[in-house]
Design a protein around this ligand. Structure first.
Ligand code: KIV
Length: 274
């Protein structure tokens, strides 16, 4: 008999139950190796549509497709043992209405094995969130700055200052009432994020929304210093892997040009020693 009990993967009700407790730790992941690293330390691996900008060089998340999310979702789920995968519904895959959203959420779940999806939007998405959750699709909502709406918002702005605050609060309340199991608050002013966190029974997961949220999420390539095209104020860099990779590649290039690599230890003898 095994000495240790099998690890049960985290599921959406476990996340909801964490409200007000030890903060939830969330990072994005897009590949199996990163998912393995995230799995060791985090509660949730978010397969964010940020994958389009971070791994595919797109200018925004608008061009990300369902097929891309399925491909990266599968890779991430393969790397997880206990953390929960949540997969972003990409732009154009859910906004038409509940039936379209259900069809595509079901594809994300059945073709990747992830137990939950995330979608952007507040009050105008409440009907869709209710439709999905009633049919076995756990939904993480996302309000405040919703990057898929960058063209209507006019940039990656803080959302919720002054007169906007009441709308963001109403958006968050509508998502909770519709059955979301948790909610991302992106670029919401810290005071408002605190008020929303206190007002809701589901956990808030902040990105650029202050320390009062029930959890935090960052894009992994941002916090590791791999994605450096731009650096929002809310990103803390915990490593400079981009620079480390640049130095390693430069050293490799220099050694190849100098015929210093490969060395004898990297080659194969013509004859096997007896
Ligand atoms: O796509 C993403 O990575 C996200 C997080 C920034 C919350 O939605």
């Amino acid at each position: 008999m095994s000495a240790t009990a099998p690890v049960r993967p985290v599921l959406p009700p476990d996340i909801t139950a964490r409200k007000g407790g030890v903060p939830l730790v969330v990072l994005t992941a897009y590949t199996t190796p990163m998912a393995r690293l995230v799995d060791s330390h985090c509660d949730i691996a978010l397969v964010g549509d940020s994958v389009g900008m971070v791994l595919h060089g797109m200018p925004s998340t608008i061009g990300v497709t369902l097929e891309m999310m399925i491909l990266h979702g599968r890779a991430v789920v393969r790397g997880l043992g206990k953390a929960m995968a949540v997969i972003d519904m990409p732009f154009g895959s859910y906004e038409e209405g509940p039936a379209q959203a259900y069809r595509n959420a079901a594809r994300l779940m059945t073709e990747t094995g992830a137990p939950a999806v995330k979608l952007e939007g507040g009050q105008h998405m409440a009907e869709t969130i209710a439709f999905l959750t009633a049919r076995g699709v756990p939904v993480m909502a996302h309000v405040g700055l919703t990057p898929q709406a960058v063209n209507t918002l006019g940039g990656y702005k803080v959302v919720g200052r002054e007169a906007e605050a009441a709308k963001v609060m109403a958006d968050a309340r509508a998502c909770e009432a519709a059955g979301a199991f948790s909610i991302v608050l992106e670029k919401v002013p810290v005071g408002l994020a605190g008020q929303i966190t206190h007002a809701l029974r589901i956990p808030t997961i902040g990105i650029g929304a202050g320390v009062e949220c029930d959890g935090q999420v960052l894009v992994i390539d941002d916090m590791l210093g791999i994605f450096t095209d731009f650096r929002p104020k809310f990103v803390k860099r915990y490593a400079d892997l981009g620079r480390a990779a640049d130095e390693a590649i430069a050293a490799y290039a220099a050694e190849v040009r100098a015929r210093a690599f490969p060395g004898p230890e990297h080659g194969f003898a013509d004859q096997v020693k007896s």
